[in-house]
Design a protein around this ligand. Structure first.
Ligand SMILES: NC(=O)c1ccc[n+]([C@@H]2O[C@H](COP(=O)([O-])OP(=O)(O)OC[C@H]3O[C@@H](n4cnc5c(N)ncnc54)[C@H](OP(=O)(O)O)[C@@H]3O)[C@@H](O)[C@H]2O)c1
Length: 239
């Protein structure tokens, strides 16, 4: 599926992977990009009249409903917005662990629920959820975040099954470490958001159900496919 002439909404479009994805989309002949952000004033100047700013805090039910009406003509929804709190699942307060669920799980699911009927009514479309490789295998120092992304993978799979036959595809995007604010305190070599965005848009165009965005994600994805128990042991050993 080409992104040519498509209308695409990207959440969390003001910085990081979201802003890079908007810029990558603008290199193609897309029709319109809704650049959604909690605070539209924080959106960079994309310098392109095809960009339509949209106010969208994905944890705000009223804003999500309003966005689904304003952007009801959308073809592709890229659920990129997310948060990451370092939490140890055995010792952190449940509120701390739950913090990432507000945006990553319930927020993304709220957007999926609001937009899926619009896409189903058109008989075509794509919902692409930015998950993480830690949704495939937990990283203990990011235990709550990993759990929120594993839960997001689960609803991505459920929605894919639920929308089968409607013409609406549901894709998962699995970044490894990417050099953004969110990963600032992660002491690993990181890919650039621009390179991740290229892989995201290529994956959208290919309709890949599992889109890996960088070399670390490629490696983890390969090991997950071939030896998931071994991957868990390797991640536990790497911490
Ligand atoms: N960077 C990595 O290594 C990495 C790896 C795997 C997965 N990811 C995922 O990639 C996605 C993008 O992250 P990033 O690395 O680009 O991080 P980032 O630079 O920190 O950007 C996070 C984006 O999410 C937005 N956001 C947070 N909560 C929101 C809410 N309630 N409603 C709407 N927008 C909200 C932020 O908006 P504000 O500016 O308003 O806060 C910001 O635009 C996230 O889902 C993240 O989990 C990142």
């Amino acid at each position: 599926m080409s992104v040519s002439n498509q209308i695409i909404l990207v959440t969390g479009a003001n910085r990081g992977i979201g802003a890079a994805t908007v810029r990558e989309l603008l290199t193609r002949d897309v029709k319109k990009v809704y650049a959604a952000a909690r605070n539209p004033a924080s959106l960079p100047d994309f310098g392109d009249a095809r960009v339509v700013p949209l106010t969208l805090d994905i944890t705000d039910e009223a804003q999500v409903k309003a966005a689904a009406e304003t952007a009801g003509d959308v073809d592709i929804v890229v659920n990129n917005a997310g948060t990451a709190v370092f939490s140890d699942v055995l010792n952190s307060p449940l509120d701390t662990i739950g913090a990432d669920f507000h945006a990553n799980f319930y927020g993304t699911l709220r957007v999926m629920q609001a937009f899926a009927p619009k896409l189903v009514a058109k008989g075509a479309g794509t919902i692409a959820n930015v998950i993480s490789v830690v949704g495939l295998v937990a990283v203990a120092s990011l235990g709550g975040y990993s759990a929120s992304k594993a839960a997001l993978l689960s609803v991505t799979q459920s929605a894919r099954a639920g929308l089968k036959g409607t013409g609406v595809k549901v894709l998962g995007i699995f970044p490894g470490p990417i050099d953004t604010d969110l990963a600032r305190d992660i002491p690993l070599e990181k890919a650039t958001p621009e390179s991740a965005a290229k892989r995201i848009v290529a994956g959208l165009e290919a309709g890949e159900e599992y889109i890996f965005t960088d070399p670390v994600a490629d490696h983890i994805g390969h090991t997950w496919r071939t030896n998931a128990p071994g991957l868990e042991a390797a991640m536990a050993g790497a911490e």
